[in-house]
Design a protein around this ligand. Structure first.
Ligand code: MOS
Length: 714
């Protein structure tokens, strides 16, 4: 087991830094053309006319696909709809506009420049309808979703379950009460690699080179949407330049690329322009979260309510499960949570890193800090006071929860005991210093997966699996697992992924790839090793053994799937985030010189890549806390800062020291490797720790993200 967990360098690192790793947009096919999307610039209405007279005669233009000439798809383009894997797409099937930046045409030309130039000449006349864009006003007509991440939208326990909708007053005398509204803005994913799809038909067979977190999901969605057999669609994706949820679904441009390639009889490549990331391919929905918390004078939590409103589109419900962690995080006899949706004329939102938990922990962990202030208790002590021994909602044991150790180790590394509790009491020159803490959490998921191991002629073992590497390290970790099981050095094993011809694996979303795929890879490697041992005579060389067995490869398959651990145990990851802010007293500028975060995530399958991934999550948490916000024009529903100059994400210069580590742990229930996922937990809790630190520094409680300096100049 020496290789599993080792801090091995990325096996694909050299390819990436030398530019040899081929991302979806890097592929090229003979006779390839370029498609550029034209997006609506109204939020609601219909296309009255499209004037292509300035477009079709431009140099190099091959075709323009609009709702007037696009192929009619089965069920109006909805045959592949199966949220959340198959979204309601915009496929040029009618003239109706449901959101700003909805795809309404695709211009295809022989070069990218020509396609881009021609796309800008498409003239559209609209008949606009009054749009619904006001989130606050829309709350009056909010509706309940069916489910939130496969869980009920509402929950009630304790006195809320007995007395109806919060009907009975909390009986405790002398209880302290926090009641506050927290908001988080609409945000958009901005991976380095935008969405990109190259579609090529050979007869009735379609190949898609696509930037996706879900090869088999893309294959299924596109096949169903086009009404062709799944076997006729091949999806290839060896590298993903960041996903974070937006590439978990096949969005409109994927199907449109396939439609266009069929239309023009040539391969078509569509790469989204950066502004096109803000609308048609998901984003994090805006939330309003009402939170109430009641605690006894000794800090025991008595009741909590968490009401979440988030926006969705008018064509599909997507729910940000921001209250889900509130059901399980603390010992609390009475808890009520609710999720409600406000439908707006905007693009459908989607999963964005730690969906629900990134936004939800901001409210929960801010409210707990407010309670700590009210009770004059140390915020770490208040949390430890309410640390649950089992899942407080389902009354089943945790698979493992080492959050106490996280607080202990984090507090020690941070120097928390030196904190002076009074807000504004720690200063240095013109700077106010604030120290804040918050808990992090994200569920542990796992799905069935398959893999295949082949002993090849040159003695190398190739392991194949239809999973994805989002840049997180799947190539490396699975190479480690296979080499470990086979007893081979790393350079004798090659792990291949990113092709729907390989054995099927689940979406690389919900932080589940490692827990799902690693057991399948190990099973395939083990099966191959057993075959190998059985075939080998004495100490004959491998080449001789293979020659004696007909000279072909030796192949073994592995399958792995979850058992009933989700029923018998509560599977979640946890963490403690300690954060220091320095706030300029005159200008309110916030700088975060250091973060210390400790996580309870089971075993890390690669100590180096695992820490990097957790650190990346913390960086995004700082972006969420300080910068990220998609600003919508209230008149036309268009996001006005749809570019990386005005939609700010952290750069190196924004980041101080981030010290992340994990508690030594092996989760015996999540999977045989003992590893829970780490893709998302890193972002959770950070924004709350920041808000709590800002409060500690300044005495100003900011309940609305991002915490920009204007919110401190009060
Ligand atoms: Mo994650 S938001 O499920 O890619």
């Amino acid at each position: 087991m020496a290789l599993t967990g080792a801090p091995v360098d990325r096996v694909d690192g050299r390819l990436k830094v030398t530019g040899h790793a081929a991302y979806a947009g890097d592929f090229s096919r003979p006779r390839m053309t370029y498609g550029v999307l034209v997006l609506s610039n109204i939020p609601a209405g219909r296309i009255a006319a499209i004037d292509l007279s300035q477009t079709t005669h431009m140099p190099g233009v091959v075709a323009v696909l609009t709702h007037l000439n696009a192929a009619r798809l089965p069920d109006g383009g909805r045959a592949g709809v199966d949220p959340p894997a198959g979204r309601v797409l915009s496929l040029l099937q009618d003239e109706v506009v449901h959101y700003n930046r909805q795809p309404i045409a695709l211009v295809i030309a022989d070069t990218l420049d020509r396609a881009s130039a021609a796309a800008r000449q498409v003239a559209v006349r609209y008949e606009t309808s009054p749009p619904t864009l006001d989130f606050a006003a829309g709350r009056a007509a909010a509706h309940a979703p069916d489910k939130v991440n496969m869980q009920p939208a509402d929950s009630r326990r304790g006195r809320f379950a007995q007395g109806g909708e919060g009907a009975t007053e909390d009986p405790a005398a002398g209880a302290a009460h926090v009641s506050a509204a927290y908001t988080t803005p609409m945000e958009h994913h901005n991976p380095m690699e935008p969405h990109a799809t190259l579609a090529e038909w050979e007869g009735d067979r379609l190949t898609l080179y696509d930037a996706t977190q879900y090869i088999s999901g893309c294959q299924t969605t596109v096949a169903k949407t086009l009404g062709i057999p799944k076997e006729n669609v091949r999806v290839v994706c060896p590298y993903v330049g960041g996903g974070f949820g937006c590439k978990g679904s096949a969005w409109s441009h994927v199907v449109l690329a396939a439609m266009a390639a069929r239309h023009v009889g040539r391969p078509v490549k569509v790469v989204l322009e950066r502004p096109q990331m803000f609308g048609p391919v998901g984003g994090r929905p805006e939330t309003l979260q009402h939170f109430t918390l009641t605690a006894a004078p000794d800090g025991r939590f008595l009741s909590m309510t968490h009401d979440v409103w988030s926006h969705t589109s008018l064509i599909e419900d997507f729910t940000e499960g921001a209250a889900l962690q509130t059901r399980i995080m603390y010992t609390c006899p009475s808890v009520e949570t609710r999720h409600r949706l406000v439908s707006l004329n905007v693009g459908t939102p989607t999963f964005q890193r730690a969906p629900g938990h990134a936004t939800g922990t901001f409210a929960l962990e801010s409210a707990i800090d407010e309670m700590a202030s009210m009770l004059n208790m140390d915020p770490v002590q208040l949390r430890l006071r309410n640390e649950p021994a089992e899942d407080p909602e389902r009354h089943v044991p945790w698979s493992s929860r080492c959050l106490r150790q996280c607080y202990q180790s984090g507090a020690e590394a941070f120097g928390w005991s030196r904190r002076s509790p009074k807000p504004g009491s720690m200063r240095q020159g013109g700077e106010l210093i604030g120290w804040g803490v918050a808990a992090a959490t994200y569920p542990a998921n796992r799905s069935p997966a398959k893999a295949r191991a082949r002993l090849t002629q040159d003695g190398t073992v190739v392991v194949e699996c239809g999973t994805q590497d989002l840049g997180t390290g799947t190539y490396t970790v699975m190479t480690q697992i296979a080499a470990d099981e086979l007893g081979l050095p790393l350079d004798r094993v090659r792990f291949e992924l990113g092709d729907s011809r390989y054995p099927e694996a689940p979406v690389s979303g919900g932080s589940q790839s490692a827990a799902s795929v690693a057991p399948a890879v190990r099973a395939a490697a083990r099966a191959l090793r057993e075959k190998w041992i059985a075939l080998k005579v004495g100490d004959e060389p491998t080449a001789a053994m293979m020659a004696r067995n007909g000279g072909g490869e030796i192949i073994a398959d592995g399958v792995a799937q979850p058992g009933d651990e989700k029923k018998t145990h509560s599977l979640h990851s946890f963490g403690a985030v300690f954060l220091e802010v320095r706030v300029d007293r005159e200008l309110g500028i916030i700088w975060v010189p250091r973060v210390v975060a400790r996580y309870s995530v089971g075993r890390l399958l690669n100590a180096k890549l695992g820490r990097s991934q957790l650190m990346g999550g913390v960086v995004w948490g700082l972006g969420m806390g300080l910068m990220e916000e998609s600003v919508t024009d209230g008149r036309d529903g268009r996001i006005v800062n749809a570019n990386l100059a005005e939609y700010h994400v952290p750069t190196n210069a924004d980041i101080g020291v981030i010290d992340v580590d994990v508690v030594p742990e092996f989760d015996p229930y999540i999977d045989p490797e003992g590893a829970r996922g780490i893709g998302e937990i890193g972002i959770t809790g950070v924004a709350a720790a920041l808000a709590n630190a800002v409060y500690h520094a300044t005495g100003v409680r900011v309940r609305s993200l991002p915490i920009t300096l204007d919110k401190l100049l009060v």
